[in-house]
Write a protein that binds this ligand. Structure first.
Ligand code: ZN
Length: 442
């Protein structure tokens, strides 16, 4: 390898092991700055569709520019993207959104391979503030179960992963490592409600030889995702005064046989699943998240609206999964005298996450090697498919893509969301080694 003049003495003609040692030491030296950057990003309440979701993209563009990246920032053409037949869906209103692509150009792109790191900057709302131990947007350090953790909305999902990817690049720069292939970091919006940002990234033609999504995987390797389709059911009834309820039909009661049928459908769809997802009690959950019915306590309700998500199996098409749910609802209605004449209406709206899978074992192996190098003596990493949809399914058809990042999804989307300090440190070290191994050295 070679190095910048300043680092020539330290790194010139160094062996692979010496380079790795220097890179790891530099990654550790970046840790405090990484924690500071994470706190700064957590302080931006970048929920989907909020002005802060716009702000954080510009903040990261500035940060990455300051770190020596060539930065491309552009306003997303929301009209064109949402009209695209392949648009993956959007559940919040947005009047503006930005794409950011930051590239450290490789010094010998013909010799090295390029790597894309895609990380979303949007977070879900904090939920019940009373369930938090403090302000969700003021990051703080706590000790939980003997581990030091950083608490705040978005720490785990997935600002820590994004920060680790940036800190890893800073570490390489600090020791004067010159990558042969391009390293691109792309902060994206709108992952939580469908994948707008990554869809726009792909449409802009951003590709690489491989891609890492540093979503929280507890530092395991996730090369596949189940899908998730958001649905809405409109269950009819017939309104009347509650004192004469037998002359009406309660939409709430009509919902019960449908809910029961959906429970059986979930069991059927999970009876025999792909080995990659067998670790989960339910690999492809079918869950109803909201139910609204009626508008008056003493009126028999004439409409119930339920919304939920249907898990899509690995390699199953969303169309086949939709057909399975529609068929299940239709059969449940056909068995019921009132519903046979007034069937439940099924609508598909919002996030429509297809499943995704990378079959490229070379990338999985490279991530595992980097992790072992970064965390000597680490437990054996697991390789598995995640039960949730993510941007991986938009990226995997373009280049081999895996998820690998700090934090456990158990701690995501929850009050007092947190990421372990050790995970952030380990992910920074591992990503730095991966950059070197994958992109190659000049
Ligand atoms: Zn996420």
């Amino acid at each position: 390898m070679s190095a910048t003049p300043d680092a020539e003495d330290a790194l010139g003609h160094a062996s692979t092991a010496q380079v790795a040692a220097a890179v790891l030491a530099a990654a550790d030296a970046q840790h405090d700055a990484a924690v500071d950057l994470l706190g700064r990003l957590v302080a931006i309440p970048s929920t989907g569709g909020s002005p802060a979701e716009v702000e954080i993209q510009h903040v990261l563009a500035d940060v990455l520019h300051g770190d020596g990246f060539d930065v491309d920032v552009w306003p997303l053409d929301l009209a064109a993207l949402t009209a695209d037949p392949d648009f993956p869906g959007m559940e919040v209103e947005r009047r503006e959104a930005y794409g950011v692509v930051a590239t450290l150009p490789g010094h010998a792109p013909d010799l090295g391979r390029s790597l894309l790191v895609d990380g979303h900057t949007d977070v879900v709302p904090p939920g019940d503030l009373g369930a938090w131990s403090g302000d969700p947007y003021e990051m703080r350090r706590l000790v939980r179960d003997g581990r030091e953790v950083l608490v705040g909305r978005g720490t785990c999902d997935m600002k820590a992963g994004l920060v680790a990817s940036i800190a890893a690049a800073r570490a390489l720069r600090a020791v004067g490592v010159r990558l042969a292939g391009d390293l691109t970091i792309a902060p994206v919006v709108g992952e939580e409600d469908g994948g707008l940002g990554t869809f726009a990234l792909v449409r802009r033609g951003v590709t690489a030889h491989a891609c890492v999504v540093p979503e929280p995987t507890a530092l395991d390797v996730v090369p596949a995702n189940g899908g998730a389709l958001t649905f809405r059911l409109r269950v009819p009834g017939r309104a009347t005064h509650a004192s004469r309820r037998t002359e009406g039909v309660s939409a709430i009661e009509m919902f019960l046989p449908v809910l029961d049928a959906l429970g059986r459908l979930e069991a059927e769809r999970n009876a025999d699943v792909d080995p990659l997802v067998r670790r989960w009690p339910i690999a492809y959950p079918l869950s109803v998240g909201t139910v609204r019915a009626g508008d008056w306590a003493s009126t028999v309700p004439d409409l119930l609206v339920a919304e939920g998500r249907l898990g899509v199996a690995l390699d199953e098409t969303p169309a086949a999964a939709r057909a399975a749910l529609e068929d299940c609802v239709a059969r449940a209605c056909a068995r019921h005298p009132f519903l046979a004449a007034h069937p439940v209406v099924v609508e598909w709206w919002g996030g429509q996450f297809a499943p995704g899978r990378t079959t490229d074992t070379a990338l999985v192996d490279a991530v595992r090697r980097a992790h072992r190098g970064a965390v000597p003596g680490a437990r054996e990493q697991e390789v598995y498919g995640a039960p949730y949809g993510s941007d991986l399914r938009l990226l995997a058809p373009v280049q081999p893509t895996v998820q690998y990042g700090p934090g456990d999804t158990r701690d995501a989307h929850a009050p007092d969301e947190s990421v372990a300090v050790d995970d952030l440190r380990a992910a920074t070290r591992a990503l730095a080694l991966l950059y070197v191994e994958h992109c190659g050295l000049l």
